[in-house]
Design a protein around this ligand. Sequence first.
Ligand SMILES: [Zn+2]
Length: 284
Amino acid sequence: MLTLGRYRLSAILDGMFALDGGAMFGVVPRPLWERQTRPDTRNRVRLAARCLLALDEAARRAILVDDGLGDKWDAKRTDIYAIDRSGAGIDGGLAALGLRRGDITDVVLTHLHFDHVGGTTRHGPGGVLELTFPNAIFHVQRRHWQWAHGPTEKDAGSYIMENFALLEHAGRLHLIEGEGELFPDLELIVSEGHTVAQQLPRFHAAGTHLTHCGDVIPTRAHVRVPWVMAYDLFPLTTIEEKKMLLAEALEDDGILFFGHDPDVAACRLHEENGHPAFREAVTL
Ligand SMILES: [Zn+2]
């Protein structure tokens, strides 16, 4: 746990999975990226589905950023994505903090790709789909919500409708128009490189900040500016946005939170040969 201003922040691991190494590192040749993360026999690299919990006790708010892979996976996709949910998951992570699913007041979804929103719904009694966090409001950028309902051939495979189909009719959806402060000291930054209108939560404290890097910088290996995923719709935009996040983190010794790094939840940076680089892991 890390205290940052009014917030107590904790990383919660929903599960592990794996994606094609070539897709994760775009144009970077395998001899370079395999030094950072060793692929399995099917060329997949191991990734975390990590959520960020922010508690503001004074405001009685428990905010979850993204809700992981969830548990609605059939055998075929479990195999393709090497989904491993043998750990404590979100329920276990919350229990360790004395919390239950019903205590979550808000879920901020960075974007609606299946590895970020899978835990929004689950199969309840009788196999009926239900919302996993019964008391939460779900915050999504309006332009991203619209995009997810009409993606292109390139990114259609990243959306699984049953993950977010219930939100609209359950009255749990808060559609947000662009950047701004969602709650005190919690700012949303909108990014357009990875997908349309991804939102990156940034928690502010006196003189510093922590930014959830979403899929702009998914792992510590992606701190390198040209290491951009092949999944991205607009990779040159990702590069500009990444440079901005890195410069801002260097400026006030800010913390970058990684949703997908298999080992490191967050880090601080320093400059190495004129480039921003990983300095030290931050535990939370
Ligand atoms: Zn994504």
